[in-house]
Design a protein around this ligand. Sequence first.
Ligand code: SF4
Length: 380
Amino acid sequence: MSINLGTPPTKPMVLAPRRPTRKIKVGTTYIGGDAPIAVQSMTTTLTSNINATLQQIAELTAAGCDIVRVAVPSQDDADALPAIAAKSKIPVVADIHFQPRYVFAAIEAGCAKVRVNPGNIKAFDDKIADIARAATDHGTSIRIGVNAGSLDQRLRPMYEADPAGALVQSALNEAALFEEVGFFDFAISVKHHDPVIMVDAYRRLSQACDYPLHLGVTEAGPAFQGTIKSATAFGALLAEGIGDTIRVSLSAPPVEEVKVGIKILESLNLRPRQFEIVSCPSCGRAQVDVYKLANDVTEGLKEITAPIRVAVMGCVVNGPGEAREADLGVASGNGRGQIFVHGEVIATVPEDEIVQTLIAEANRIAAEITESGSPEVLVS
Ligand code: SF4
């Protein structure tokens, strides 16, 4: 019996079309609409320490961060914003709580976007018209950033019964204030530490409005737990086409947040895949120390960013098949490794030469890719 499996996709498949959203300008980039999903992070330096903050922004930029946020809890921090906004290579978002005057300072400083929190924004509510006017005059966008930990007290009773609903209600209340004065250049986030509540909130928010959505699992925890929580929640939403920018929150250096965010998008074909290791989990058939081999290859190739898939397989059962499908691979056995390049066996080397051979071949393939130009960039 023959089964019609349909036409294979001609470019990397995505699990769902992006939900149509408004496109807003964030400095030199965009969020929403057809703009690629942006990866964000936040500096951990004192913003008032301009050099340290710019240094960390440079590290984040090098890691692939698209947009960076800085905290502005004091006048000294507000005073540092003009220099930081001017010298940063990526758009800078000022994170403001409580103090309306810092919102105006951030807009005038040239920040690309200002994040305001409706939970502690009550002092802002009568200033929305002024904020909207200043933001429009300077081409600054806003993020309405609702966070479960600082939810508007008026919504606490609702939160007890329906936490996701209360987060969404808080965001929509604040959005309505901006809409009333004719301002629509904002993104929204409704963050919660529980991925299930967070996913529920973003799903409902995406039904209720077409503003671009900034995804985040707040206070997600240390690197291991935070990565899993973020990948689970973002994966569920992005697989439904929901989400226009992401921020992974980890109790870890912010560069790690960027790496995780990029890998989540790459895994869903929402960004072109870069360097990737396909390695087997090992089993009783393994004829080589797969963990060590995979770690050594990963370490040896950590500087490579070209879109190369390297397969590291422990035996000849699945090894040759996986190694053939990768750009580069090794299938190990009997103290040797068969090295594959684009499906062809190019060498069989002793086990202690596998890593150096793979590194040499990966560098050669990366150089070829660089010479022949960038691969197709997928814009979902
Ligand atoms: S490739 Fe071989 S060693 Fe690795 S998991 Fe599969 S069967 Fe086991």
